[in-house]
Design a protein around this ligand. Structure first.
Ligand code: MRU
Length: 349
C-alpha cells in the first residue's frame, strides 16, 4: 500500500498533495473553491495528464456546489461557464477536456432534475472518475508488464506514477506491476528539466516502491544507450493523436530519436482517455509554452544572468514511427496506430 494520494474528495472539499513541495515536504492542500483548483493545475501543484483530468472533474464539482440557484437551466448555464474557466488552465493534456466533457454530458442528461440532485451527481461522478483511473492504470500495468524482462535497465522521463494519476500510475504503473510480478530490473530516471519531475517525483515514488533507480541528467541518455546500458524506454503521454503521434514532457522526442538510433524499444503507456481521435496527427496538438522563469530559475534561485531570454515549451511531439508500442488498459497496441487505435474510437468521434 502506497501511503499517499495525489488527490481525493473529502465530504465537501478536495485534498491534494502539493507536488511543488516534493520531495522535501509532504503537504496536502485543502481546497473548497474551484478557482484554487485552476490555480493548482496552472502552477503544477497537481500535474500529470490523468491527475489533471480527475482534478478538473473535482474542480467542476466544487464549482457546482458553489452555484446558488434552484433553477436547473440557470444552474446549467453557470456550470458551463465554470467548466470553460477550468478548461483554460492548461492546453496540452487531453484528459482535462475529456473529464470536463464527461461532467457536462452528465448535467445535460439530467437537465430537468432539481439542482441539489445535479450537484450530488457531479460529486459522485468525480469520485467515480478517480476510482476508474486506478482500475484503468492497474489494467494497463497488467497488460504492459510483459514488455519488462528480468534484469532490464529501463529508462523513463518525467513522472508517470501515482502522483501523475488518480492512483498507481501509467508508465510507472507498468514498472510497478512488473515488480509486483517478481521481475527484478533497474530504472534510469531522467531528471527532466526544467521542473525536475524526474529528479523530484519519480525518484520519490520509486523509492517508496522499493524499485532501484539511478537519477541521470537528461543529457546522459545518449551515452548510456551507446554503452548498451539501456534495454528499454517507457514513459507516458499527455495527448495521443489518432495516428499515434504522442505529446509528452519536453525531452521525450530526443529520447525517442536516441532509442530509435540505438535500436532500443520505446514504449508509451497511457489510458485510452489520452487519445484525441478528433485530431489526425501530432501537428494539431497544442503545445503549452510556460514562463521562461522556469528555465532561468531552479526552485526560485536564478541560474542564468538577470534578463536572460529563455524558451519554455512544456511538451514535444514524438512521431508515431519512433514508438514501438502504446500500452493501454486494453492491451499493447502495435503500429500502424491509425489501425490499432481505431476500434477504441467512440461512434461520435
Ligand atoms: O507538465 P506535467 O508535469 O504535467 O507533464 C507531465 C507529463 O508530461 C507526463 O509524462 C504525462 O502527463 C504522463 S502522466 C501519467
Amino acid at each position: 500500500m502506497i501511503p499517499y494520494c495525489s488527490i481525493c474528495w473529502d465530504i465537501d472539499k478536495i485534498k491534494l498533495l502539493d507536488q511543488r513541495k516534493l520531495p522535501q515536504e509532504e503537504i496536502y492542500l485543502e481546497i473548497r473553491d474551484y478557482h484554487e483548483v485552476i490555480e493548482a493545475i496552472k502552477t503544477l501543484a497537481i500535474r500529470g495528464a490523468p491527475a489533471i483530468g480527475v482534478a478538473a472533474a473535482m474542480g467542476a464539482a466544487l464549482g457546482a456546489l458553489e452555484i446558488n440557484t434552484d433553477d436547473p437551466r440557470e444552474f446549467q448555464r453557470r456550470f458551463l461557464d465554470i467548466c470553460r474557466e477550468i478548461a483554460a488552465a492548461r492546453p496540452t493534456a487531453i484528459n482535462l477536456f475529456w473529464a470536463l466533457d464527461r461532467v457536462q454530458l452528465l448535467v445535460q442528461a439530467h437537465a430537468d432534475e432539481p439542482v441539489p440532485a445535479l450537484k450530488d451527481y457531479l460529486v459522485i461522478e468525480a469520485q467515480a472518475m478517480l476510482k476508474e483511473d486506478e482500475t484503468t492504470n492497474r489494467r494497463m500495468g497488467q497488460a504492459g508488464q510483459v514488455v519488462i524482462k528480468e534484469g532490464m535497465q529501463v529508462l523513463t522521463h518525467c513522472n508517470t506514477g501515482a502522483l501523475a494519476t488518480g492512483a498507481y500510475g501509467t508508465a510507472l504503473g507498468v514498472l510497478r506491476a512488473a515488480w509486483e510480478a517478481g521481475k527484478r530490473f533497474t530504472v534510469w530516471v531522467d531528471e527532466t528539466r526544467p521542473l525536475l519531475q524526474g529528479a523530484r517525483l519519480t525518484t520519490w515514488e520509486l523509492g517508496k516502491l522499493g524499485i532501484p533507480y539511478t537519477l541521470i541528467p537528461d543529457g546522459a541518455a545518449a551515452t548510456l544507450m551507446h554503452q548498451g546500458r539501456v534495454s528499454l524506454v517507457i514513459l507516458g503521454a499527455d495527448r495521443i493523436a489518432a495516428n499515434g503521434d504522442t505529446a509528452n514532457k519536453i525531452g521525450t522526442y530526443s529520447v525517442a530519436v536516441l532509442a530509435y538510433h540505438h535500436g532500443i524499444p520505446f514504449y508509451v503507456a497511457a489510458p485510452l482517455s489520452t487519445v484525441d481521435f478528433a485530431i489526425h496527427d501530432g501537428s494539431q496538438i497544442p503545445v503549452e509554452e510556460r514562463s521562461g522563469d522556469e528555465v532561468t530559475h531552479l526552485r526560485g534561485e536564478p541560474v542564468a544572468p538577470a534578463g536572460a531570454q529563455a524558451l519554455n515549451l512544456a511538451f514535444d511531439v514524438t512521431p508515431n514511427e519512433l514508438i514501438s508500442g502504446i500500452i493501454t488498459e486494453k492491451g499493447v497496441l502495435k503500429p500502424p496506430y491509425i489501425s490499432s487505435l481505431k476500434p477504441f474510437r467512440s461512434p461520435q468521434e
